[in-house]
Design a protein around this ligand. Structure first.
Ligand code: OOG
Ligand code: MG
Length: 264
């Protein structure tokens, strides 16, 4: 249930938007509003999406977050969440990504889905997601919590659009029925060293389950997932902090690899 007034939602949205666009850390929102609900968090996120679209950003899809045990453990929360993705967050494969407009970036490896049919809740299933999937491809998400110390609770991180900051996809697109998306392995290398590895089943048993969950949360927000959406299903392993000079290579079984660098 939304408990905040419209004025408070707009004020908190402006606070998050300022921190996102000017890259500074703010205290988590629940420090000021300890009784804030998840619905309040989504109301702030929806206002943020409305403002970005009004400013000319294009909505290109959505992301599921906190869908793997590794991520939930790392962040100390136990419920998945969603956030929106715009064209301004996309970066090309093999590019150098500046950290000067980020607070404390981290990278994570995800399976991304591109849809060819509309999907809607409230009872969307993984089977329906797979039937509506045009292809899957590998992705690196660069998350960047705007909250001090990268510490937050669910209500605050939802308001901060699930820490969304940048994302890179590429590698090799594949039809999902040609793969076993549960046993698909990923290895994350930083500066040539393996720092994380896992299998996509870490994400709710099957990454399509995370997309179904996302569609069902969208239903609660009064939204559907249109054909042609780009959807990231959530980090398979824990996220890894990056600094200028770091080189990241994510190797996905069957889906090729994605490399990026970070610069000041
Ligand atoms: C929240 C975003 C989580 C994922 O893939 O699990 C996320 C965070 O950890 O800051 O993007
Ligand atoms: Mg993610």
């Amino acid at each position: 249930m939304v408990t905040l007034s419209r004025e408070d939602i707009v004020r908190l949205c402006e606070r998050v938007e300022g921190a996102q666009t000017r890259a500074y850390a703010i205290p988590k929102l629940t420090d000021e509003y300890p009784n804030m609900t998840m619905a309040d968090g989504y109301a702030i996120q929806t206002e943020l999406r409305r403002r970005f679209i009004e400013q000319g950003h294009a909505l290109i899809g959505w992301k599921a977050g906190l869908t793997s045990r590794a991520k939930m453990k790392q962040m100390g929360v136990d419920v998945p969440s969603i956030g929106f993705l715009t064209d301004r967050m996309a970066r090309p494969e093999n590019s150098s990504i500046s950290v000067s407009d980020l607070v404390h970036p981290r990278v994570e490896c995800e399976v991304a889905f591109v849809t060819k049919a509309d999907l809607s809740g409230p009872d969307c299933t993984a089977e329906q997601v797979l039937a509506a999937t045009d292809y899957v491809l590998p992705a690196i998400e660069i998350i960047d919590s705007r909250f001090s110390g990268f510490k937050f609770d669910l209500e605050s991180v939802v308001a901060d659009n699930g820490s969304s900051a940048r994302f890179v996809s590429g590698g090799r697109a594949r039809y999902p029925d040609e793969l076993d998306l549960r046993t698909l392995g990923v290895v994350l290398e930083k500066n040539g060293e393996i720092v994380e590895m896992g299998a996509a089943a870490e994400v709710l048993g099957h990454p399509a389950e995370a997309v179904a969950m996302l569609v069902n949360i969208l239903h609660d927000l009064g939204e559907t997932l249109p054909a042609g959406s780009f959807v990231m299903s959530g980090g398979i392993t824990a996220a890894v902090a990056v600094q200028p000079g770091d080189h990241i290579n994510a190797r996905f079984q069957e889906l090729g690899s994605i490399s990026i660098r970070f610069e000041q």
